[in-house]
Structures are given as structure tokens and as C-alpha cells.
Design a protein. Structure first.
Length: 212
């Protein structure tokens, strides 16, 4: 009986120790608030900041967000959205645009992967998502950024999150989304190039804020 009690005690102690190990938090966090992202990045200049409503902030459950419109020249605008999560737990995962946009009334038309030159000779594979609502169409490119990783696949993002949590006690990450409204006279290929140009211009500044 004593032996069984000892074994049970050791198992409980082991489980408790593992739980403490997994629950430790060594996340450095953002270097500064997302709102301090420069208003000018290359040829792009901020023209407006969107204030997220309380219901949206409640659903996102993010530690910091940025919703801003940039313009390179009249008629060429992109919408940048970043949601940063310092500690991702059950119910606090990053919300995929595949779920959020349809929940806001946008109907999916197509989704694919594209390769984008993000600068410095680095090419990343990102999600390309085309949606529509009534007579509007929106082209969205998004990815999950976890330290130096740019991840298109949500399940890979979860695997890396688990690995980082075990290896160094870090559970943070960000969802980055860049979108262009497809107005009359703007085709998908042109919008894709516009988004790629913005990503290349904004990457150095965004990576300075997000944890490395």
C-alpha cells in the first residue's frame, strides 16, 4: 500500500512539475505598441486609423491590435490589420480570417497560397483569400507571425506554438492581414502586386515591433 501511495505521489508530482514547466511565461512581448508603427513606410503613408468596436475587441481577445489604411498614391490603398497575442491559451487563439470574414458577411470566392518577396532576398508563402459581400470584393493576404517564422497554415502555427512553449516558455504570436478592396478597374493580379509591394515596404518596421 505504501509503495502504491509512493508511486501515485511521484506521478502527481511529475504531472504538477510538467504543468508548471508548460505554464511558465518567458515571453518578451512587443518592443512597443502597435500604434507606433510609422505612418510612413517607403512610398506608403497612413491616411486613417480604424477604431475597433468593443464587441470586436472582445471576440479577438488580443493584447494589442492595429487597423490602419495606407496609401501610396491616390487610388492605391491597402488596409493593414495586426492582432498580437502575448499568451495564447484555449479560447484565446488567433482568429483566422477564414472564420472572421464570413462571420462579418463576406462570402469566400477562392483561397490559395502565394509566394511574396518580403525583402532581403527572403520569400514567404502566404494565404491569398478573395471574398465578396453584395457588390463588393476584397482581396486579403494574411499569415501568422511567430518570432522569425511566417506561417500560412493554422495547424503549423499551433505546432510551432506548442514547440516554443515547451522549449522556451513562449506562447506569443501575431496575425497579420493586408487587404485591398477590388474597386472598378482594379483586377486581382494588380491588387496582389499592390499588397506584395506594401508587405515588402512594411516588413522591416513590423518586425522591429514584433518579438524576434
Amino acid at each position: 500500500m505504501n509503495r502504491r501511495l509512493m508511486i501515485v505521489s511521484l506521478l502527481l508530482a511529475s504531472v504538477f512539475s510538467i504543468r508548471l514547466w508548460l505554464d511558465r511565461d518567458n515571453t518578451a512581448g512587443l518592443s512597443r505598441p502597435l500604434s507606433t508603427l510609422p505612418a510612413t513606410m517607403g512610398a506608403w503613408h497612413a491616411v486613417s486609423d480604424d477604431v475597433l468596436s468593443q464587441p470586436i475587441r472582445h471576440v479577438l481577445h488580443a493584447d494589442d491590435t492595429l487597423a490602419r489604411t495606407y496609401q501610396a498614391f491616390p487610388g492605391t490603398q491597402v488596409q493593414l490589420f495586426i492582432a498580437y497575442y502575448k499568451t495564447q491559451r484555449a479560447g484565446e487563439r488567433m482568429h483566422s480570417p477564414r472564420n472572421c470574414l464570413p462571420g462579418s458577411g463576406w462570402e469566400p470566392i477562392s483561397i490559395s497560397l502565394i509566394n511574396v518577396d518580403v525583402g532581403g532576398g527572403r520569400v514567404e508563402t502566404l494565404n491569398r483569400y478573395l471574398v465578396s459581400k453584395e457588390d463588393k470584393r476584397l482581396l486579403v493576404v494574411y499569415w501568422y507571425q511567430e518570432h522569425t517564422r511566417w506561417i500560412a497554415n493554422e495547424y503549423r502555427s499551433k505546432l510551432y506554438l506548442t514547440w516554443d512553449s515547451i522549449r522556451k516558455g513562449s506562447r506569443d504570436g501575431a496575425l497579420v492581414r493586408v487587404s485591398v478592396p477590388l474597386r472598378q478597374g482594379v483586377d486581382e493580379d494588380e491588387a496582389t502586386r499592390t499588397i506584395a509591394q506594401f508587405i515588402q515596404s512594411s516588413t522591416p518596421e513590423i518586425t522591429r515591433i514584433l518579438p524576434d
